[in-house]
Design a protein around this ligand. Structure first.
Ligand SMILES: CC(=O)SCCNC(=O)CCNC(=O)[C@H](O)C(C)(C)COP(=O)(O)OP(=O)(O)OC[C@H]1O[C@@H](n2cnc3c(N)ncnc32)[C@H](O)[C@@H]1OP(=O)(O)O
Ligand SMILES: O=C([O-])CC(=O)C(=O)O
Length: 368
């Protein structure tokens, strides 16, 4: 057997200038800036701009970008129609995947792969995703669609479209931080998927739709949902150790823990945990904080495995008021920035991604 790296573990497949994940220093840089600094000082709109353009926007550029985003916030009739055709009980990740695909099929620029057209498509998808996700949430609760407000920033408007009101600033800020932290993470499975699709010269929407499919799985983005199911199972902090022992004995994977690249903790967790702490205070839920810490400690004691970003994000989205099934679609709304930055980077220096495999099936044989 030749030297096969299962899951491409440890394999460097290309270069990227978008983000740097460094497990040795436990750091994550977006275009050179530490993500913690961006989360403390920038809005998600500024970070999106940075990921696409390589530089933070000047005040004039930011104003232009905000005006564009606000002009494309209303749910597209095609996306709405596609959503309305699906059963209400369909999983929101399947619905968001379908809505993005339908939106792309109806875009007359879909076949235009020029850098300018792809940037425009990326920015429109960025503006559309809050409308898509908010509408899916409202439909699940049998509530009417809420029109966007153009006097609000991205996150405040997202929450307004979801809940029909703008929550306290502390909630908007925690949500905005989560969007920034989820925006980009180098060659993770969904981003790599987007790059593979782009490498065939398929359009941006095909690449994003495929990436949404890759994100859905619980080993990747689906873990933020699964974390909440874990908390729902355990309920009380003093049951965390016993629950964990049973789960490990049953060889269950504990969702929200472990990472392919970080082996000593995820660089984004302290920032997201701080945002979660503000929500635990705001919603007076010390019990959830105790449960969070009890499971984290038990997992560290038993396996020495640390939480990843999905661990604090799950309970944060729960406190903000989203149904659990909406957590991964929120990840989509954030990661569409990273995916589309990578799609444009792949397209600009393309090579078809087509690795080899070692054949282990039957030797050549013939029909009698
Ligand atoms: C935003 C994101 O997408 S972050 C990732 C979100 N995913 C999750 O939280 C799902 C749970 N975690 C996992 O399944 C894994 O940690 C992964 C898939 C994220 C990373 O996996 P890999 O790098 O392939 O690590 P691998 O699965 O080889 O784990 C190494 C060892 O740690 C164990 N391990 C790793 N994570 C976990 C976990 N969450 N629960 C229990 N055991 C774990 C494995 O069972 C394995 O043990 P073994 O050597 O005795 O077989
Ligand atoms: O990098 C990964 O493999 C998964 C991850 O944390 C992300 O996509 O944010």
């Amino acid at each position: 057997m030749s030297d096969i790296k299962k899951g491409l573990a440890g394999v460097i497949v290309d270069v990227t200038a978008i983000s740097k994940v460094n497990p040795e220093t436990n750091s994550l840089l977006y275009r050179g800036y530490p993500v913690q600094e961006l989360a403390a000082n920038c809005t998600f709109e500024e970070v999106a701009y940075l990921l696409w353009h390589g530089e933070l926007p000047t005040p004039v550029q930011l104003e232009e970008f905000q005006a564009f985003e606000r002009a494309h916030r209303a749910l597209s009739p095609v996306a709405k129609h596609a959503i309305d055709l699906l059963p209400v009980e369909a999983h929101p990740m399947d619905v968001v995947r379908t809505a993005v695909s339908a939106y792309g099929a109806a875009d007359p620029t879909v076949a235009d792969a020029s850098p300018e057209a792809q940037l425009d498509q990326a920015k429109r998808l960025f503006a559309q995703l809050p409308a898509i996700v908010a509408y899916i949430q409202r439909r699940l609760r049998d509530e009417e669609l809420v029109e966007p407000r153009d006097d609000l920033g991205y996150s405040a408007n997202f929450l307004h479209m979801t809940f029909g009101e703008v929550p306290e600033l502390v909630v908007v800020n925690a949500f905005d931080v989560s969007m920034i932290l989820y925006a980009e993470h180098s060659f993770n499975a969904s981003t790599f998927t987007a790059r593979v699709v782009t490498s065939t010269l398929a359009d941006l929407y095909s690449a994003v739709t495929a990436a949404i499919g890759a994100l859905k799985g619980p080993l990747h983005g689906g873990a933020n949902e699964a974390v909440m199911h874990t908390f729902d199972e355990i309920v009380f902090a003093d049951r965390a150790e016993g629950w964990l022992d049973e789960a490990l004995a049953a060889k269950r994977k504990i969702m929200g823990f472990g990472h392919r690249v970080y082996k000593n903790g995820d660089s984004r967790v302290p920032t997201m945990k701080a945002a979660l702490d503000t929500l635990l205070v705001e919603f007076d839920r010390p019990d959830l904080g105790e449960l969070y810490e009890a499971l984290e400690k038990a997992m560290d004691d038993r396996k020495g495995i640390k939480p990843n970003l999905d661990y604090p994000s799950g309970p944060a989205y729960h406190l903000i008021g989203f149904d659990t099934e909406l957590f991964t679609p929120l990840f989509v709304a954030a990661r569409v920035t990273g995916w589309t930055a990578h799609i444009r980077e792949q397209a600009a220096a393309n090579a078809l991604i087509r690795p080899l495999s070692e054949y282990v099936g039957p030797e050549e044989r013939h029909l009698d």
